[in-house]
Structures are given as C-alpha cells and as structure tokens.
Design a protein around this ligand. Structure first.
Ligand code: HEM
Length: 487
C-alpha cells in the first residue's frame, strides 16, 4: 500500500502557514483559552493492514475495522481481488476527479446496485444515463427551497411529538435516541412524501419493512464482496426481498389512493405526480413513481435520523455546545413552532449537524465502476475497475483536519470553512449525482434539533461505547442510549 503524498492535500485551503491541516480556531487561540474538545468515540483502526482472508471476513462485519491507521495518513491505495482492481480513494482531488471531472466515465457499481435495486428499482438513486437524467430533471423542482419551505411545519410537528414521547418515557433510564430519531424522520418522510393525513397509510408496516430491508439485503454478503453473480442465492435474500416487496406495495397503494381522491396536496407525491421534464414535457410513469417513492423513503429517512442521532450523542458529551444550541433555539424561535424563516437563522445548528456528519457520515462509503479508462495525475483507472470513495476516512484524514477525532463545530464557521477544498467534506456526495435531498435534510435536521434542545437536555451514557458500523448507512451498533431530561 503506497504512502505517497507528494503534495499537501489542503493546498490553497485554510492551511496553516506550515502547510499542514486546517488552521485552529484563531479566536480561541488568541484568547489563550483553548476549550477542551470532546473526543468522539469510534473503532480504533488496526495498526497494519489485516491479512487477506481475515480482512475479507472482517469487511463483511464492518469495513471500518479493516482500514488501517495508514489510510488516515496517506491518500490512496489499490487492491486486486478476484481478477479486479479496487481503488480506495480519500483525497479531495481524487474524489473530484471521479465525481466531477470524469463523472461520465463512472457508473454506480453493480455491488451497490445489487444491494439497493430490489427496493429502489429504476428510481433516481439506482438508474443511469438518460433515464436518470430525465428523472432528476423531473424531480428537482420538488426539492427546491420554495417547495421545501412548506414542509417545515411537518418537521416541527414530528419533532414535538418526539419531545412528548421522550418526556413521557423519562423515568431515569436511558432512551435509545436512534429509535426516536428513526421514528421522527420516518414520520416526516411519510407525511411529506405520500400520506399527508392519508388514513389508509400503515405507518408501522412501512417502518418495519425499511428496517428489515436495511438489516437483510442491505447487509452485504461475503458473496457480494467477492463479486459472485446475482443468481447465486444469498443467505438473507428472501427476508430482504419480502421487505422490498412490502415497501413497493405500500407505495403503489399510496399512488392509487391519491389518484382516486380529487384532493390536491402540496406533498412530494403530488409534486412528483405533476412533475414534467422541462425539456420534453414527459411525466413519471407509474413504475417510476413507485420506485422513487421507495427511494425517497429509503434514502431520506434513515440518513437524516443518523445525522441527528450522532448529533445528540456529541452534544450530550459537550454541554457548552448543547447550551449554545439551546440559546440559539430560544433566541430564534422563542416558544413558537419552528418555521422556514427560523430555520435559515439557525446557523449554529447547521454547523453542529455538519460537524456530526463529518465525524459520522451517514453514507460512509460510496462506490463506482469505471466504464472507460481514466488517467488523472497519479490516478490510473481502467475500464471495469472499482472505485471506493472512503468518505468516513477522508472526513477524519490527518492531512485535511486539525485534531480530526475531536468534535468542534467551529470548523464549519464561515471563517474556517473559507477556502476548504470543496470535495474534502462530502456527506451528500458530489458532482451531478449529489444528493437531491441535501437542502431537505439540512432544513429537517435544524428544525428537529432546535425543537429537541429547546425542551430537553441530553446527557452522556458512560455505560455505552459508540461503535459505528457500515451497513448501507453508518449505524451505531447497539443503538444510542442517552439520558434525556426535561429542561
Ligand atoms: C443527512 C441526510 C442525507 C445524507 C447524508 C444523504 C446522502 C446521500 C449521498 C452520499 C448520496 C450520493 C450517493 C452516490 O452518489 O452514490 C445521496 C443521493 C441521493 N439522496 Fe440523499 N442523503 C440524505 C438525505 C436525503 C433525503 C432527505 C432525500 C429525499 C427526501 C434523499 C434522496 C436522495 C436521492 C434520491 C439520491 C440519488 C440522487 C441521484 O443519483 O440523482 N437523501 N444521498
């Protein structure tokens, strides 16, 4: 594994005069009173690369356990397995080369497609080429700021219900905030995408289908990692396939109920049903509608729940940050339900969520397959090669971040963000396939977080260690039990 870094990754960014990682917080340093930062828990990387077979088996359990310490210091390595080459990239320049400069040379890998397609079909996340382009153009208006503003009351309502549940539960025992956040963001996605008070919608049913799906099909099999063809049956295949079928059926029901009712609503389903490709005027077919609904439920709910879950863990361990959030929430929102204008003013909330997603990116690993040869600097990729974009590693890379393992929302202040390589921080991916729900997620996370911290205090749980585990998303093993009390 080469450790070759001829140039500074942060060149031109807010590097220190010596050209090292990002500059420290100048204000703190000038005051001469650096604040004690919280060290975010994780899995210690192995000192040296694991032997091949052990590495492979560990990869199935959790890729984070495989990546050695050197991965956080150097910029690139490649491995050959089963006659294929896999490029492991974690430098902003390489990421930019793959996601932006040569985007047309890459597709989603068949590995990812095999994991997701049974549920998301030919929806936005898993389609390619002209079919993807058409859907992206058609769906984009539903994700513009003006359309999203109308959804903020739903975010605030779901968060208030979570406050009510946690208050009611508060008997001194820890509460699994991951469950709570999953429930809250599922309420949001279901409400904003398809139900809007639809009495026929079976909430628990969809929720358990998503969970089953992520835990079964979403959990890569050794056969997937080895690249075995799809017709070889996977151990957990049937339960996952049943969960995918349940999700699709729920989406089809919702579309049918909506068509049968004459109501016009302003949720995403209505927007998608009305969507027309600005270039051709064509709308989404029934199958495309169904696949995109399942895609939005799958892609939009657990990711945001995880961003909030890790945020709550981090602020529980950093009372200074938690109090500052509380003060901002009270100042901006008073006692009123959070609305769209308030969300725009919750700037410290956004910084905190960004820093939580740096340390624990809900999508920690992205992959692509090259469809043609690409050469860019020291990156030489051949058609058919696999590229793994190690978001988790890049977000903790020693050459990019100062004290990478520490929780410091000030990294995302305007001053300290200025000049940072725009591909150094990519929780939502980048280039043309950047997450369509990014603004949705930021608005939702800020509205929910403000509602929670205004009424509740989160305290650490010393008995629980945080062990992030890459499934499709980065889940904390054993959930996130924290102490929660009313303010
Ligand atoms: C914190 C929350 C979220 C995170 C971290 C996240 C992350 C990502 C990432 C990394 C990608 C790119 C995947 C790739 O290029 O391989 C992506 C794509 C996507 N996300 Fe999100 N996402 C979040 C929230 C949402 C929400 C709320 C929605 C919808 C309501 C959504 C819908 C999608 C869709 C449809 C795509 C595919 C876009 C395309 O290929 O054109 N995401 N997301």
């Amino acid at each position: 594994m080469p450790d070759t870094l001829p140039h500074d990754l942060n060149a031109g960014a807010n590097a220190s005069p010596a050209g090292g990682p990002e500059a420290r917080n100048a204000t703190d340093a000038a005051k001469g009173e650096p604040r004690r930062l919280f060290r975010a828990d994780t899995i210690a990387p192995p000192e040296t690369p694991l032997p091949f077979v052990r590495g492979l088996l560990t990869m199935v359990d959790n890729p984070i356990k495989v990546w050695p310490k050197s991965a956080y210091r150097d910029r690139y390595h490649k491995l050959h397995w089963m006659g294929r080459t896999a490029h492991y990239i974690r430098s902003p320049e390489h990421v930019k080369a793959v996601l932006l400069d040569h985007a047309d040379a890459f597709e989603k890998s068949e590995f990812q497609t095999r994991l997701l397609k049974p549920a998301t079909g030919e929806g936005l996340l898993t389609s390619e080429g002209e079919h993807w382009r058409f859907q992206r153009r058609a769906a984009s208006p539903a994700f513009r700021y003006d359309a999203l503003k109308a959804l903020v009351p739903t975010f605030a309502r779901a968060a208030s219900e979570a406050v009510g549940r946690m208050r009611a539960e508060g008997g001194g025992a820890p509460i699994d905030v991951m469950n709570e956040m999953n429930r809250t963001t599922l309420d949001v996605i279901v409400e904003t995408i398809m139900s809007s008070g639809d009495p026929g919608f079976r909430h628990e049913h969809v929720s358990s289908a998503v969970t089953d799906y992520v835990q079964t099909l979403g959990h890569p099999d050794l056969l997937d990692i080895l690249g075995a063809p799809p017709w070889i049956p996977r151990l957990k295949g049937s339960k996952g396939a049943r969960a995918a079928a349940r999700l699709k059926a729920a989406a089809v029901d919702s579309i049918a109920r909506r068509r049968a009712s004459d109501e016009t609503r302003s949720d995403l389903l209505s927007l998608l049903m009305a969507a027309r490709d600005p270039e051709t005027g064509r709308g989404l077919s029934e199958t495309e509608l169904r696949d995109n609904i399942v895609t939005f439920i799958g892609a939009g709910h657990e990711t945001t729940a995880l961003a909030l879950t890790y945020t709550l863990y981090l602020i529980a361990n950093d009372p200074v940050v938690q109090d500052r959030l509380h003060a901002e929430a009270v100042e901006v929102c008073g006692d009123a339900p959070v609305d769209a204008d308030m969300v725009e003013r919750l700037t410290f909330h956004e910084q905190v969520v960004k820093e939580a997603m740096r340390l624990y990116p809900p999508v920690a690993l992205m992959d692509r397959r090259a469809v043609r040869d690409v050469e860019d600097g020291d990156l030489k990729i051949e058609a058919g090669d696999l590229v793994l974009i190690m978001i988790y590693v890049m977000h903790r890379h020693q050459r990019i971040w100062d004290q990478p393992e520490m929780f410091d929302p000030e990294r995302f202040s305007p001053e300290r963000s200025a000049g940072r390589h725009r591909f150094a921080y990519i929780p939502f991916g980048g280039g043309q396939r950047i997450c369509i729900g990014m603004k949705f997620a930021y608005m939702e996370a800020a509205a929910i977080l403000a509602t929670l911290v205004r009424d509740l205090r989160f305290s650490p749980n010393p008995a629980h260690r945080v062990r992030p585990n890459i499934r499709i998303t980065l889940r904390p093993a054993g959930g996130m039990p924290l102490f929660v009390s009313p303010r």
